[in-house]
Write a protein that binds this ligand. Structure first.
Ligand code: SIN
Ligand code: CO
Length: 387
């Protein structure tokens, strides 16, 4: 009997989450049997020449002493000037631009949509890499073509010594604890802060990184405070109508601190406020300036007319982020690209369906005007498109 395909080899997704996720590295040999890279090396180079695409070129002296960083967009000539070895080209958010790459991301939906960041692709010549470093996020490193040797070791943080005067983060106290050579189809999972160093073994080394995201506590608190600012009245203030004489006027009383705590809790310990802010915050587009709004907006009447002629296949924009929060049994708040939409009753199924599936088929009569109006808004803000 052949085992069902799982991304984690012998492990089920549940076992992976229980034993490895955010805990320790895992090498999965042949995670993608007969892996056919959905984006070829030439396409990666082509993307790096596009103005809207975020790309970097890291060139290292063969003795590892000097590192150069260049930001894209690049010209085709800049690739012909490259040295024979020790360089790597990195292209961010390839899933936003290439639908087949975004299909690969679908394999990682064992984690919530809002935890997934993007697919980065690196293409390196022999010896190329970004040097020993750590990331603050979970990452899956899939070997797409050629070979890469991954060294893994220790947990690092912002105070860990790093090389000065280099444009890339290079940990100076780097000591590998384990290493593996990855072949096409192999995948390495690394939890946040685990030091790693990937070096191309031979030319034509292409690595796909599925990166995750997690807001820092600072980002969360700053975001919440920004959300509140402007919404609170100047007259809402600390109050003490029951003030009592203190033996030492210098003391800040526990009662005063209790009131400060209660003010904080009043605003911050409120799930409906937290979920509304968090959903919008975590679904904000990665590149807000590049939002792909349609040239012509559509109206509710237009979508109704189109539906009279037949079913409509709608697709989530590859760069769009969708999530929802269940407020009550028949009330859901849908978040898409930083905006929220309240859904009630049957419309909830539209919200959950859009979050679950990349495509949705709309039939005439299936949806209420409320649901269709949400679709119109999603279409006009560029979050969904029609083939
Ligand atoms: C690479 O693909 O070379 C770098 C990926 C990483 O270290 O996160
Ligand atoms: Co890394």
């Amino acid at each position: 009997m052949t085992a069902a395909f799982t991304l984690f080899g012998e492990l089920t997704a549940e076992e992976f989450l229980r034993d490895y996720w955010q805990k320790k590295p895992l090498l999965i040999r042949n995670a993608f049997p007969d892996f056919e890279p959905p984006v070829a090396a030439e396409e990666v180079a082509g993307l790096a020449c596009e103005a809207d695409v975020e790309s970097r070129l890291i060139i290292q002296s063969p003795d590892g002493k000097e590192w150069k960083l260049k930001h894209g967009p690049f010209s085709e000539e800049s690739f012909s000037d490259l040295p024979d070895s020790h360089w790597t080209l990195l292209v961010q958010a390839v899933d936003h631009w290439v639908p087949q790459a975004s299909e690969l991301i679908e394999q990682f939906r064992f984690a919530p949509n809002w935890r997934i960041d993007d697919l980065m692709i690196s293409y390196a010549a022999d010896g190329g890499g970004v040097g020993p470093h750590y990331d603050n996020y979970d990452v899956f490193l899939i070997q797409a073509e050629g070979q890469r040797r991954w060294e893994v070791g220790g947990i690092f943080d912002e105070f860990s010594p790093r090389r000065e005067n280099t444009p890339v983060m290079i940990l100076t106290e780097w000591k590998e604890e384990q290493s593996w050579v990855l072949n096409p189809g192999d995948m390495l999972y690394l939890p946040p802060r685990v030091g790693h160093n990937g070096v191309a073994v031979g030319d034509g080394c292409m690595t796909y990184s599925v990166g995750f995201r997690a807001p820092s506590h600072e980002e969360i608190l700053r975001g919440l405070v920004e959300e509140l600012s402007g919404k609170l009245k100047n007259e809402d203030r600390y109050q003490d109508p029951d003030l009592e004489i203190q033996s030492n006027p210098g003391e800040i009383s526990p009662k005063a601190i209790a009131q400060i705590r209660s003010i904080t809790e009043e605003y911050l310990c409120n799930d409906s406020f937290l979920s509304d802010w968090f959903g919008r915050y975590m679904t904000e587009p990665k590149y807000p300036d590049l939002e792909q709004v349609p040239e012509d907006e559509i109206s509710l009447e237009q979508i109704q007319e189109v539906l009279e002629e037949g079913d409509l296949l709608l697709t989530r924009n590859e760069g769009s982020r969708f999530s929802y929060y269940q407020l009550a049994d028949d009330k859901v708040i849908l978040f898409a690209d930083g905006n929220s939409f309240e859904c009630e009753g049957a419309t909830c199924a539209l919200a959950t369906g859009l979050c679950q599936n990349v495509n949705i088929v709309i039939n005439q009569g299936d949806w209420s005007d409320q649901a269709l109006q949400i679709l119109v808004s999603l279409f006009n803000q560029g979050s969904i498109y029609c083939e």
